[in-house]
Design a protein around this ligand. Sequence first.
Ligand code: SAH
Length: 244
Amino acid sequence: MPMKNVRIVLVETSHGGNIGAVARAMKNMCLFDLVLVNPRQFMSEECVARASGADDILHEAQLCKSLDEAIADCKLVVGASARLRSVAWPQLDPKECAALVAGRPTEDQVALVFGRERTGLSNAELERCQYLVHIPSNPEYSSLNLAMAVQVLGYELMLQAADAPARHRESPPRALATAGEMQGLFGHLEQALEDIGFIDPRKSDKLMRRLKRLFHRAEPDQDEIRILRGILSAAQGRKSARRE
Ligand code: SAH
């Protein structure tokens, strides 16, 4: 029952030992796709030792230079966060997260994104996620070790996968946009809003965050992204036409 469409993405992990422990947790929970975004240390002695026989996952792990690259083809991106954020972002508990992932068709690539040991994920990284997942824990000591967090979310996924046979995950009626296409839309939207004088680029963060949340919630498909970008291009064209 391996969930071949689920990718574990680790952002700028400091300790090789943690990456090894993540590989072990993944293999235990039938997860095999590991992507590392700029790890500070990888394949150290401790890394291999803590993988404890799951080194096949380490050898097949992909290295990426940015989170965008790691999730470009993903249709669902969930960020794991140790803290409840001030930014209101759709939030899941581990069971809800697993149900959401297991409900996706097997051909939809999914990413679970984990942050740095010391500082977690930045706001810019969280904004690339449609949802956040938080593992309920002591509010005064809520940060789990990275591999433990992967273990808990992987365990819930494993239970769900057993419950949701592939036949329930039929082909999607719509081809949802990938994270790369969503990023393309957001960049275009921000530029167009600036071009038509709707936003001041120095003060646009809050508004852009709300718009991103809106578009993530809408789960646009690829045709809809094309339509939206067509509208933006037209608005940009009209503005420059007026200038002439
Ligand atoms: N000190 C950091 C936490 C880093 S722990 C902070 O306050 O953000 C490393 C990573 O493990 C986190 O970025 C997150 O992806 C995951 N993690 C740790 N505890 C978690 C929890 N309670 N719920 C969800 N993810 C958690």
